[in-house]
Design a binder for this molecule. Structure first.
Ligand code: NAD
Length: 250
C-alpha cells in the first residue's frame, strides 16, 4: 500500500475519533507529513494506546465527546491560545444497532444523529471562526455511502450522514470566498471496529453491493483525505467525494 507523504509542516489538525480505525490512520499519515495533530476521542483506553503506539511529540489528545458543544468549544479555546487550527477532520462516528426504523430505540436513534451530525456541526461551529480569522482551513467531513443511498436497517446512521453531506454543501458555499475548503467523503465498508456494531448479515449485504468486491483499505481512504486536507486543494469545496469501490456512481 502506498504511503505518500504530504506537506503538512506548520499545520495543526484536529482529528475527531482519531484513536482507532480511519482516524488513527489519518493521524499517522498527518504526523509523517509534518503536521501537529490533536486527537479528540471519547475512548480513553484507545487514546492511551494510540499515544503510546505513535509516541510522537507532535501528537496530543483529549477525551472529548463531540456531541457536547460546550466541551468542544472549550477545547478549541485551549488550542487557539497557542496555535491556529488549519485542518479539521470530522471523523468520529458510530453506526448503532441494525434494526428497522419502526423498531428502533428512540434514544439510540437520537444519539446516533447527535454524534454523526451534531458532532460535525459542533466542531465546525467552534473551529471555523479561527479558520476565518486565519484565512486558511481545510475541513473533511467523513460521511458514508449510507448517507447517499440510505441503507435499510440503518435509518439513523443514513440520515445523520446525509445531514453531514448537506451541511458540507452549505458550509462550503458560505466559506467559498475564503481560502477554506469544506468537503465530505463517502466511504463504503472498511474493516474497522465500527463493523462490530452491525450484524454479520448487514456487513455482508454492504459488501455485496461493492463492484470492487472487497473492503476499502484504511490507507486508501487516508490518501483521499490527505489530498482534500492539503494546500494543493485550492478549488474543490462544498463537494462530496466518493470512495465506495463503484457502489454509488453519482
Ligand atoms: N469503517 C467503515 O466501514 C465506514 C464506512 C463508512 C463510513 N465510516 C465512517 O468513518 C468514521 C470512522 O469510523 P471507523 O470505521 O474508523 O470506526 P471506529 O469505530 O474504528 O472509530 C471511530 C472512533 O470514533 C470515536 N467516537 C465515537 N463516538 C464519539 C464521540 N461522541 N466523540 C468523540 N469520538 C467518538 C470512537 O471512540 C472511535 O475511536 C465514522 O464516522 C464512520 O461512520 C466508516
Amino acid at each position: 500500500m502506498n504511503n505518500i507523504s504530504y506537506n503538512f509542516k506548520n499545520r495543526t489538525a484536529v482529528i475527531t475519533g482519531g484513536a482507532q480505525g480511519f482516524g488513527f490512520d489519518i493521524t499517522k499519515r498527518f504526523l509523517n507529513s509534518g503536521a501537529k495533530v490533536v486527537i479528540w476521542d471519547i475512548d480513553p483506553k484507545m487514546i492511551e494506546k494510540s499515544m503510546k503506539d505513535l509516541n510522537n511529540p507532535n501528537l496530543s489528545s483529549k477525551i472529548v465527546d463531540v456531541s457536547n458543544y460546550q466541551v468542544v468549544e472549550d477545547c478549541v479555546n485551549e488550542i487557539t491560545k497557542s496555535s491556529n487550527i488549519d485542518i479539521l477532520i470530522n471523523n468520529a462516528g458510530i453506526t448503532g444497532p441494525t434494526s428497522t426504523l419502526w423498531e428502533y430505540d428512540v434514544d439510540f436513534w437520537k444519539k446516533i444523529v447527535d454524534i454523526n451530525l451534531m458532532g460535525t456541526f459542533n466542531c465546525c461551529r467552534a473551529i471555523v471562526p479561527n479558520m476565518i480569522k486565519n484565512n486558511y482551513g481545510r475541513i473533511v467531513n467523513v460521511a458514508s455511502v449510507a448517507g447517499k443511498d440510505g441503507n435499510a436497517n440503518a435509518s439513523a446512521y443514513s440520515a445523520g450522514k446525509a445531514g453531514a453531506i448537506a451541511l458540507t454543501k452549505s458550509l462550503g458555499k458560505e466559506l467559498a470566498d475564503k481560502n477554506i475548503a469544506v468537503n465530505a467523503v463517502t466511504p463504503a465498508g472498511a474493516k474497522t471496529r465500527i463493523l462490530d456494531q452491525m450484524t454479520k448479515e448487514h456487513v455482508q449485504r454492504m459488501l455485496s453491493k461493492v463492484p470492487r468486491g472487497r473492503f476499502l483499505e484504511v490507507e486508501e481512504f487516508t490518501s483521499l483525505v490527505c489530498w482534500l486536507s492539503s494546500e494543493e486543494n485550492t478549488f474543490s469545496t462544498a463537494a462530496v467525494f466518493d470512495i465506495s469501490g463503484g457502489r454509488s456512481t453519482y
